[in-house]
Design a protein around this ligand. Structure first.
Ligand SMILES: Nc1ncnc2c1ncn2[C@@H]1O[C@H](COP(=O)(O)OP(=O)(O)OP(=O)(O)O)[C@@H](O)[C@H]1O
Ligand SMILES: [Mg+2]
Length: 215
């Protein structure tokens, strides 16, 4: 379902990713670890088509992301992907309920009950009418997780989804995340610095200067 073929990406003449190839199977939950600055967030952005590689290709269901125009890439992301950003990107002028419901709304499938269930599931029951500024960092992270899962994406891309959570909350959230993707048969790529988080994945890869390797 997802294949990286000889991906290369440089910033300011400095190669971050070079000749990176890997195949992810449908329904696989893969953790990606690796030291800070090695290119993990860059890799997720390339997979989502939020950034373009300098060389090589990202194939989603055999279709090269680079061959899609902006509208087609946006549609693919909106319908098939869920993204948990390292910096949350929760929309400040929408309530928590509206933030979580947004992917369903954009896909023309509004389902307030599902959105409310996801908010409950991440431990924010009754907070739906609050605004993001009223939340702690860890609570914002949980809103972002609920939003990424609400429309049952075929591929979840998660960038340190529990980086701001205490170990116990993180464990609960990761079990929820795993249950949601396994129930819908979705694949997931989760970047994490936590071995406890990675242990919930089906397999763990380490990104180094020389590529993606099995941990
Ligand atoms: N838009 C950009 N412009 C210039 N350099 C960038 C840009 N985005 C990333 N980089 C550089 O690319 C390298 C990889 O960044 P990236 O964010 O992918 O690392 P990471 O593995 O996610 O690190 P962390 O674990 O700290 O989140 C870093 O050296 C970073 O400075
Ligand atoms: Mg990062």
């Amino acid at each position: 379902m997802l294949e990286l073929v000889n991906l290369g990406k440089s910033y300011g003449g400095r190669a971050v990713l070079a000749k990176l190839s890997h195949r992810f199977e449908p329904g696989e939950f893969v953790a990606v670890m690796g030291e800070s600055g090695v290119g993990k967030s860059t890799l997720l952005n390339l997979i989502a088509g939020l950034d373009a590689p300098d060389s090589g290709q990202v194939l989603v269901d055999g279709i090269p992301m680079s061959g899609l125009d902006d509208d087609a890439a946006t549609l693919l992301r909106r319908t098939r992907m869920g993204f948990i950003f390292q910096a949350f990107h929760v929309l400040p002028h929408l309530t928590l309920a509206q933030n979580v419901a947004l992917p369903l709304l954009l896909n023309g499938k509004p389902d307030p009950a599902r959105a409310a269930r996801m908010l409950d599931a991440v431990g924010l029951a009754g907070r739906g009418n609050d605004f993001p500024r009223q939340l702690s960092g860890g609570e914002l992270q949980r809103v972002a997780i609920a939003r990424a899962l609400v429309h049952r994406p075929a591929l979840l891309l998660a960038d340190e989804p529990t980086g701001n959570l205490d170990p116990e909350t993180a464990d609960g959230i990761l079990h929820l995340l795993r249950a949601e993707i396994k129930e819908s048969g979705a694949g997931a790529i989760m970047v994490t610095h936590s071995h406890a988080a990675a242990s919930l994945a089906d397999r763990t890869l380490v990104l180094t200067r020389s590529g993606l390797k099995l941990a």
